[in-house]
Design a protein around this ligand. Structure first.
Ligand SMILES: C[S@@+](CC[C@H](N)C(=O)[O-])C[C@H]1O[C@@H](n2cnc3c(N)ncnc32)[C@H](O)[C@@H]1O
Length: 220
């Protein structure tokens, strides 16, 4: 078994059809990544609005999937900035590298196949970090959060964002509850590790709840 294998919500290795979202591979994984690329824009925007990367910042996206978040972050940090995307799925890393090919060639972006709990970057390398719709798949989220703190510079910030409902169904309370439950689990772990919780936010689109996010600052 790959050490990087994604887990389902009970911490077990992903085996079901659902896990094409948590560990996309093969033909179905490619279809899931295409769907993420089409549908994930508003959650990436919600995460980046809250993260507020500055021009010239170094940013890392954990669980970057098809790379749309990396692409959006590149626009925010400008030509002097740098954005890394990591994903434990080789298929996702391949899609993401394709999505930001030009920026990779310019040295403004890097895509790597890696596990959130074992990042191939030096200490304090990033100003900002974000993770969209991926936290629920991390097999050891506490270890991943410690690893993210390691690669963030002092004062560095992390946003974790989760989809909060089915966009076509504003009264999908179960979907909203799932997103909120995941963010409250993330918030509890962050607090236990000494992260400072800066903001917790729901993003809406008219009557629709789009996303739930937590913004936290690295432990001192
Ligand atoms: C539902 S997709 C979300 C992708 C992207 N963030 C988006 O919103 O479109 C979840 C992604 O997280 C990745 N992932 C799951 N567990 C991971 C882990 N422990 N470390 C790194 N990536 C992980 C999966 O491979 C998958 O590409």
């Amino acid at each position: 078994m790959r050490a990087s294998m994604a887990a389902n919500e009970s911490g077990e290795r992903c085996k079901s059809f659902e896990c094409i979202w948590g560990d996309p591979s093969g033909f179905l994984g490619g279809a899931a990544l295409t769907a993420m690329a089409i549908a994930g824009g508003r959650q990436n925007k919600a995460a980046l609005d809250l993260l507020a990367p500055r021009l010239g910042d170094s940013v890392i996206e954990l669980g970057c999937g098809p790379g749309m978040g990396v692409r959006a972050a590149l626009k925010r940090v400008g030509r002097e900035g740098f954005v890394a995307g990591i994903d434990q799925s080789a298929t996702a890393a391949h899609y993401a590298a394709h999505a930001v090919h030009g920026a990779c060639l310019d040295g403004r972006a890097a895509i790597m196949r890696a596990e959130a709990a074992d990042l191939p970057f030096r200490d304090s390398m990033f100003d900002r970090a974000f993770a969209v719709n991926t936290f629920q798949f991390w097999p050891d989220p506490a270890r991943a959060l410690r690893e993210i703190a390691r690669v963030l510079a002092p004062g560095g910030r992390l946003v974790i964002t989760q989809r909060a409902s089915n966009l076509d169904n504003p009264t999908n309370f179960a979907g909203a509850a799932n997103g909120m439950e995941r963010i409250s689990r993330a918030t509890a772990l962050l607090k236990a590790q000494g992260w400072r919780i800066v903001d917790e936010r729901c993003t809406t689109d008219g009557p629709r709840l789009l996303a739930v996010s937590v913004l936290a600052e690295r432990p001192v």
